[in-house]
Design a binder for this molecule. Structure first.
Ligand SMILES: Cc1ncc(COP(=O)(O)O)c(C=O)c1O
Length: 392
């Protein structure tokens, strides 16, 4: 009887979410081909993927992954601190430290695990963390786990950050500033140079999550932390689940930080190492992206075209200057309706709603990839304008 009541409570919560248009649902994808997915037998142009360079189906990644599968088998068999520390991990970490310009790199299961592991192992009760208001859920969860005191500064607001640093930093032992180089739901970028100055002035660690930048932005796809900034950024987080087309993540740092993470990051210590064939595909991806300037240029041009059509032909607001383009709708109901109509018109674009984004800022998150054509991107922009006009 009592467990029946507990389930009723859960159901009530779900019903409330449904009524507020906030319920999350899975949709089975039956097949995938360059830029398209099939759902319920219908092929849709996929504008919600983070596979920005289309690498998830790249021949070289698949080939090297298959070879590693033959050599090492399906799994690494244990945590790397037990018998799971295979040579492929070290090959990839060496390549990543070169690629990111840091002394060392350490692999994590995924970006979520990296963020919770890094933050909770470096910071504790006596420390303080200054995080941009729009940082990813995994960063916020890591901060909670660390038990450090959190100060959130308004998005990209350096004055607010400095005010908080000036008034609070001296009360704590260690300090950490955390931002994303390009924001996952807003597509705009952080003022990294100015943030680095504040980090020096107030003696803090500086951590930058480059999840949506590595591979697709910066010189040779090295992300938005330019060479001149690499010393100031203590920890760079990158993931393989987005532009690199695979799975996994890493922290690039100096050796002291790497040793600290090996000794204290619980998601690293108490979890099985990544499957070796995934790690091998990641290594191939890091090598390949260095020579993908024309694909990066294509994504940049398509993104500019999309934005330009929306700006010239509608008053829809879209922020940022890169491949993640949020089209702000406001209410969750309208965002879902727009998502549904676009679906009917052959486009798969997801509505992003609170709590993933702030209240009343539900949006369509359009991500442009190298798999898209000028024709599809133009057609999507025009469909959004048409359906938005009908809904408003
Ligand atoms: C900014 C940011 N950091 C970390 C992650 C988590 O990365 P992963 O998907 O590899 O767990 C994401 C994923 O959406 C993200 O957007």
């Amino acid at each position: 009887m009592s467990s029946y009541n507990e389930y009723q409570k859960l159901e009530q919560e779900l019903n409330k979410k449904e009524q507020k248009s906030l319920i999350r649902k899975l949709e089975t994808i039956q097949s995938k081909r360059r830029g398209y997915i099939k759902i319920n037998g219908k092929e849709l142009a996929d504008f919600s993927s983070n596979d920005y360079l289309g690498l998830s189906n790249h021949e070289a990644l698949i080939r090297s992954s298959k070879k590693a599968l033959d050599k090492w088998g399906c799994g690494s068999g244990a945590s790397r601190l037990m018998s799971g520390d295979l040579k492929v991990f070290h090959d990839l970490e060496k390549k990543l430290s070169e690629h990111s310009g840091k002394e060392a790199a350490l692999l994590f299961g995924c970006g979520y695990m990296a963020n919770i592991g890094i933050i909770s192992s470096l910071m504790s009760r006596k420390d303080c963390i200054f995080a941009d208001k729009l940082v990813h859920a995994s960063i916020l969860d890591g901060i909670q786990l660390s038990r450090a005191k959190l100060f959130r500064f308004n998005h990209n607001d350096l004055e607010h950050l400095e005010f908080l640093l000036k008034s609070q930093r001296h009360k704590f032992n260690k300090a950490l500033i955390i931002v994303e180089s390009i924001y996952s739901m807003d597509g705009d970028t952080a003022p990294l140079n100015q943030l680095a100055l504040l980090k020096e002035k107030y003696n803090a660690f500086f951590m930058v999550d480059e999840a949506h930048a590595v591979g697709i932005l910066g010189i040779k796809g090295r992300g938005l932390i330019e060479a001149s900034l690499r010393k100031s950024v203590d920890i760079i987080v990158g993931t393989f689940g987005k532009a690199y087309g695979s799975y996994g993540a890493y922290a690039a740092s100096n050796l002291i930080l790497k040793k600290t993470l090996i000794n204290q990051a619980r998601p690293f210590i108490f979890s099985t190492g990544l499957p070796p064939h995934v790690v091998r595909a990641n290594l191939e991806a890091v090598k390949i992206v260095e020579n993908m300037d024309s694909d990066r240029e294509k994504v940049a041009n398509l993104s500019n075209t999309f934005r330009k059509i929306l700006q010239e032909k509608s008053n829809l607001s879209c922020i940022g200057a890169h491949h993640i383009i949020p089209v702000i709708v406001g209410s969750s109901e309208k965002a879902l309706e727009l998502q549904h109509r676009l679906n009917q018109s052959g486009f798969y674009v997801k509505a992003i709603r609170p709590p993933t984004v702030p209240k009343n800022s539900a949006r369509l998150r359009v991500s442009i990839t190298a798999n898209h054509s000028l024709q599809t991107v133009t057609a999507l922009a025009e469909a959004i304008i048409k359906h938005a006009l009908e809904i408003y």
